[in-house]
Design a protein around this ligand. Structure first.
Ligand code: TXA
Ligand code: MG
Length: 358
């Protein structure tokens, strides 16, 4: 896939073509929002259902105000920009195809100089979903974009690996000072609370009878190309190794506590365990402290894990036949990590006394 310069990318965008661009979260597949044709090209290249609306990326609050109705109660939230935060607002002058017919449009100001430059130079907001075929894991490097969309788009601006690594937090403001989180991300509940908002979790209210508000919240999303088994973190760490050995034919099923595992359809030939310290190409900072293994209840470790999660899943699916992993602490960015792992999982092991799946 062609590596585009910024000038080439902007020329293509201006003429209604679509290109992949880096953001701080994941790579986006961008097209100008004022051209139905380019937006249609985005849906076609991804194989994305027309019911799943796109995020509009803006480079300034002035640009936002040209395309959205911003209420006083929304203002404090905009201080989270630029960043991994997306807000639904009533739209103005945005084609229905962008929002799947909804009067609400999702807006985000990304914190990536290349993406911001592309918006400014194109002169209009850019609609951009993640730059992958629908249903696949989002790309966090230009190589991952290439593997997913080769032959379907003209090129990618290579900005190296994304720093955040998982998609933005999507919210809808409700009432005066309340936000409903439709998709957890790197902007955490604590950050909304610090701005004086109360947080309503995991909502998917019906709006105008149009079905699920945030279709990206449906299960089976962000899935790697091999089955992933997600084990609740409350189980002993030894369970993962036992499972791996079982899948490898080195241990038998009765050893695996009382869990009954339906693995009939899983190719057991090459299981691998996903660990936060797994990445072979990790830079030294993560190995400081003489072999300290990351503690997935620590905020910094969770942030670092999020940044490499999709890359690890992508790398592992090339060699592993099945991936085994633990859930992480359900707080801060850990909520977003668990959300993505749950959607990626074909099998989840949770303690039988759990009332609600964490
Ligand atoms: O970090 C991100 O958000 C990345 C980068 C490229 O900005 N984008 C991204 O886009 O993840 P996408 O299309 O993969 O996910 C957008 C999510 C979906 O869950 C979609 O259903 C929801 O936002 N969404 C977009 N517009 C909406 C709308 N008008 N109403 C409700 N949900 C909406
Ligand atoms: Mg996506």
């Amino acid at each position: 896939m062609k590596r585009l310069t910024m000038d080439e990318a902007v020329t293509l965008l201006r003429s209604g073509e679509i290109v992949a661009l880096p953001t701080e979260t994941v790579y986006g597949l961008a097209g100008r929002i004022d051209s139905e044709q380019s937006v249609r090209k985005i849906f076609a290249a991804k194989g994305r259902p027309a019911e799943n609306p796109l995020i509009c990326h803006i480079s300034s609050v002035e640009m936002l105000e040209r395309y959205a109705v911003v209420a006083e109660d929304d203002r404090a939230l905009l201080s989270l920009w630029p960043g991994p935060f997306t807000i639904l607002l009533p739209k103005r002058d945005i084609p229905d195809i962008v929002t799947a017919g909804s009067h609400l449009c999702a807006f985000r100001m990304p914190a990536h100089t290349l993406f911001l430059e592309a918006i400014q130079k194109t002169g209009v907001p850019l609609a951009a979903p993640s730059a992958n075929r629908s249903g696949e894991t989002s790309p966090v490097t230009a190589e991952m974009v290439e593997a997913s969309l080769e032959g379907r788009i003209q090129g990618v601006v290579d900005g190296g690996p994304c720093s955040v690594g998982i998609e933005s937090t999507v919210v809808l403001r409700e009432g005066e000072r309340s936000v409903r989180i439709l998709r957890p991300g790197a902007i955490t509940e604590a950050q909304f609370e610090a701005l004086g908002y109360t947080v309503v979790r995991n909502g998917a209210p019906e709006i105008e009878g149009r079905g699920l508000l945030s279709p990206g919240r449906l299960p089976v999303h962000y899935a790697p190309s091999v089955p992933l088994i997600l084990v609740d973190r409350r189980y002993s760490p030894a369970l993962l190794d036992l499972l791996r050995r079982f899948l490898n034919g080195e241990a038998s099923l009765f050893q695996i506590t009382e869990q009954r595992i339906d693995i009939e359809r899983i190719d057991r030939s090459h299981p691998e365990v996903l660990r936060p310290d797994h990445a072979p190409d990790e830079k030294p900072e993560h190995h400081q402290g003489q072999g300290r293994s990351p503690d997935l209840s620590r905020k910094e470790d969770l942030t670092a894990f999020a940044a490499k999660l999709y890359r690890l899943l992508d790398e592992m699916s090339r060699t592993a036949s099945v991936i085994l992993t633990f859930s992480v602490a359900e707080e801060g960015i850990g909520r977003a990590i668990n959300d993505r792992l749950r959607r990626a999982a074909s099998l989840r092991l949770i303690p039988s006394d759990t009332e609600f799946a964490p």
